[in-house]
Design a protein around this ligand. Structure first.
Ligand code: CP
Length: 301
């Protein structure tokens, strides 16, 4: 494996997380450069994406690099039966860096082990989404002025929501208090509870939503991940379980910011968008700067 890959958020130490966040702030001030001149980056999306793919493409374009790749596995030789192993070996001959989203958990780790160039995980099944985590951390730092000692409320699909899994691991460096709000069917997986217990992270689990968000510094809403359910009836049971409405925010803290990795379905009512505490569209923009910094680190630039 190329040790400059970013497969899981714990591939970065706390110091590396802070270094990348500092670099993201520099890219926000000066987004356009030629530091990727002569570099080719492969963008392999075996699963749909809007923000992750387009913000990576924007980041690469603003740094003067070239992009090759596909946005749909059916247009690649995967549809003829080519293995991921062979696809990655070929693509690592063509390019300097691979950005990959894939539906299978562990696929990014596998790719990083067969590739001769660094691999950046743009989401592997319900497992990890480390570049989303870096933009989430950047958004938290920008809006709170610190990452330390925050009350973080995570709401919705905490079982399949890979952004939640990566973010809780990263925030564990910064003494958070977590509140997890989910129906029992979608509660945070046991492996992450064991991780938090081991790292002495305080967390509370709830199934009720309305009355408990007033202490939150960050309210991290998530979509119920329909595509991960084996049984569509199970999805129907939980799909609208929590809906954030503007009137629920009236007694919340001034510094509260509402984040969502997006896309949203019904979990944040449209009337919240005009509330100054809504930050999810700015959060998505921060993805460009965070991904510029991640690419620069992966390529030692
Ligand atoms: N947040 C996120 O990963 O969005 P996309 O699926 O649109 O890339």
């Amino acid at each position: 494996m190329d040790n400059r890959s970013l497969v899981s958020i714990d591939d970065y130490t706390k110091e590396e997380i802070l270094e990348v966040l500092n670099r993201a702030a520099e890219f926000e001030k000066n987004p356009n450069s030629n530091i990727l001149e002569g570099k080719v980056i492969s963008s392999l999306f075996f699963e749909p994406s809007t923000r992750t793919r387009l913000s990576f493409e924007t980041a690469i374009s603003r740094m003067g690099g070239k992009i090759v790749g596909f946005t749909d596995a059916s247009s690649s030789s995967t549809s003829k039966g080519e293995t991921l192993n062979d696809t990655i070996k070929m693509v690592s001959n063509y390019s300097d860096l691979i950005v990959m989203r894939h539906p299978i958990e562990g696929s990014a780790r596998w790719a990083s082990e067969v590739s001769d160039v660094p691999v950046i995980n743009a989401g592997d099944g319900a497992n990890q989404h480390p570049t989303q985590t870096m933009l989430d951390l950047y958004s938290i730092l920008k809006t709170q002025g610190t990452l330390e000692n925050l009350n973080i409320f995570m709401v919705g699909d905490l079982k399949y929501g890979r952004t939640v899994h990566s973010l809780l691991m990263a925030l564990s460096h910064f003494n958070p208090t977590f509140h997890f709000i989910a129906p029992v069917e979608l509660e945070i997986p046991r492996a992450y509870k064991i991780f938090m217990d081991k790292n002495k992270i305080t967390y509370h689990e709830h199934t009720e939503f309305n009355s408990i968000i007033n202490d939150a510094d960050i309210l991290y809403m998530t979509r119920v991940q329909r595509e991960r359910f084996a049984d569509p009836l199970e999805y129907e049971k939980v799909k609208n379980v929590y809906i954030l409405k503007n009137d629920m925010l009236k007694d919340t803290k001034d510094n509260l910011r509402i984040l969502h990795p997006l896309p949203r379905v019904n979990e944040i009512a449209i009337d919240v968008d005009a509330n100054p505490k809504a930050y999810y569209f700015e959060q998505a923009l921060n993805g460009v700067y965070a991904r510029q910094a991640i690419i620069a680190k992966a390529l030692d630039l």
